[in-house]
Structure formats: C-alpha cells, structure tokens
Ligand binder design. Structure first.
Ligand SMILES: N[C@@H](CCC(=O)N[C@@H](CSC=O)C(=O)NCC(=O)O)C(=O)O
Length: 278
C-alpha cells in the first residue's frame, strides 16, 4: 500500500492511499479517515460507496463526515467506484458505463471481466487490506452509499448480513436491472441472461429471500433521477412484503447532489454509530 496524502482533521487523520489490486487487475485508490480514538484501540469501520462519475474524492471533499466520525470514533473508508487505467476498457463518452460506473458487481463478460470486479474488491480484497493496515475492528462494520453506491450498499448488506451491523443509503438506485441508466451497463457487464442480474438488484434480492434487519434511506423530492432512476417506493414495497423495517425519509426540495448528502450525513452516521455500539 502506498500513502498518497495525509492530513490532520478533527483530531484524526484523513488519508488517501493506493495499492495494486488483484481483484481489479489495476492500481486502485481509496480514502480512509481514522478518528482520534484509534490511539486507544481498534475502531469500527463504516464503508461509504459513491455514485456514478465519482472517485474516492467526491465524498471526501463534499460529504462532511469527519466531524461526527471523529466524535463517534468511526473509521470511514471511501473506495473508488471502478477500476481505472490505460489497460482498463472504458467508454469515454458514457458516464453510466465503464470508469466511474462499476456498479459494485463482478462482470462476467469480456473484455470487462478482467477488471470490473468491484463486488470482490469491496467484499474481500479491500477489507483484508483495511484489517491489515489500519486500527480497524472488523467485527464492527457498517455500510452506506449514494445512488449507484446506495445500490452497492444495499445489495452487499443483503448478501452478507452477518458482516454489517447497519446499512443505509442516500437516494439509492433500488432496481438497477430495470432502471434506464443502469440496465445497459448490466447487459454489458453480465450478459443477456437477466437471471444473473438479480444478484445485484436490491429489490430482486429481497424477492429472492435475502434479508437485512433494517434500512435507513433518505431521498430528495426534487431529485431529477427520482422517477426513472431511483424509485425508492419499489424498495419500500419489497421491504413491506418481506417484513424488513425501512425508514424512508422523503426530503422536501432536496436534489441528488452532495448538498443533499452533506445535509443528512450526520443522521446516517448517528444511525450507524448507535448500531455499531451494541
Ligand atoms: N454527469 C451527470 C451527473 C452525474 C451525477 O449526478 N453523479 C452523482 C451520482 S449519480 C448515481 O450514481 C454524483 O455523485 N456526482 C458527483 C458529485 O460530486 O456530485 C450529468 O451530467 O447529469
């Protein structure tokens, strides 16, 4: 692992690091905030998965998570959203596919299957690195994310409920196998057999019997992607049918941006801190 930068913040350290990823067959960059409490022992880990077009940096610059993470003693890990580099296949003029649009899945279709393995990266390779290099208590983990990253958080938690004490999302893509901005990507990454897509779709996973104790979701009512891309009511219906408590907060007038995310960041960190403390 290589340290790219570190800076003291709220008594802790905000760092940016890179490493050679086996899962993604390229160098990957990620951000980690270590709170001041880490001086006294391992701290719980909160994973934040970002949305389309993002790197590790968007939430680091605009998410406003450090003050409360420092107060609650939370390590916050912010990975990149896809593999990157000269040798990584991409569609440069398409922000909904390729670099910046990994959709937290393991691609099965050539040429994408060599690098686009974000599911394995987030669920196996990066946790192992975090456990080795940081003062992390890996028995206490939580996950949240935004939009494509909200989809990532929900699907990863549903498939591994033992690993996470809590899960939440800002404006998640609830049905990526149906939504217009993700369906073409699913076909290119996973092929035409839609049965394989269900493993990466929160509503389909719940329909297929996967469970998580409870979810928190915040959604802006003025989000331009609400009707076509996000549709939180589909998650609400699936959770109701499955008996999963979902706290869905519709936030009047908020859009899809980090102005919305940063407004409700404290609520989400508090939600995770309370459940990580149990
Ligand atoms: N380029 C697009 C807008 C892309 C966008 O809104 N990306 C969101 C995530 S969308 C779902 O995953 C984002 O987080 N952007 C980064 C940021 O810093 O705001 C367009 O032009 O419409």
């Amino acid at each position: 692992m290589k340290t790219i930068s570190t800076a003291k913040s709220h008594g802790g350290v905000q760092g940016v690091y890179s490493h050679a990823s086996e899962a993604c067959a390229c160098d990957m960059t990620f951000a980690v905030f270590v709170p001041p409490q880490a001086k006294d022992g391992p701290c719980p880990v909160v994973w934040y998965l970002s949305g389309l077009t993002c790197t590790h940096q968007n939430v680091m610059d605009k998410g406003e998570y450090r003050r409360l993470a420092a107060e609650f003693g939370l390590i916050v890990v912010c990975p990149d959203t896809s593999p990157r580099g000269e040798s990584v296949p991409d569609e440069k003029d398409n922000w909904q596919f390729g670099c910046g649009a990994g959709f937290y899945l393991d691609a099965t279709q050539a040429p994408f299957s060599t690098n686009y393995r974000m599911y394995s990266y987030i669920t196996e390779e990066l946790p192992a690195l975090i456990a080795k290099e940081f003062p992390a208590d890996m028995t206490r983990q939580a996950i949240f994310g935004h939009s494509m990253g909200g989809h990532g958080a929900l699907t990863i938690a549903l498939k591994d409920p033992e690993r996470f004490k809590s899960c939440s999302a800002f404006a998640p893509i609830t049905r990526p196998m149906v939504a217009g901005w993700s369906r073409p990507a699913f076909e290119k990454y996973l092929g035409t057999d839609e049965a394989a897509w269900r493993a990466y779709d929160a509503v389909a996973l719940i329909e297929d019997g996967k469970r998580f104790p409870e979810f928190l979701v915040d959604q802006g009512s003025a989000d331009g992607f609400l009707e076509d891309g996000l549709r939180p009511w589909l998650l609400d219906e699936a959770c109701k049918a499955a008996g999963i408590p979902l706290k869905l907060n519709m936030r009047e007038g908020y859009d899809h941006s980090y102005f919305f995310i940063s407004t409700f960041m404290d609520d989400h960190l508090r939600w995770h801190a309370e459940r990580l403390a149990k």
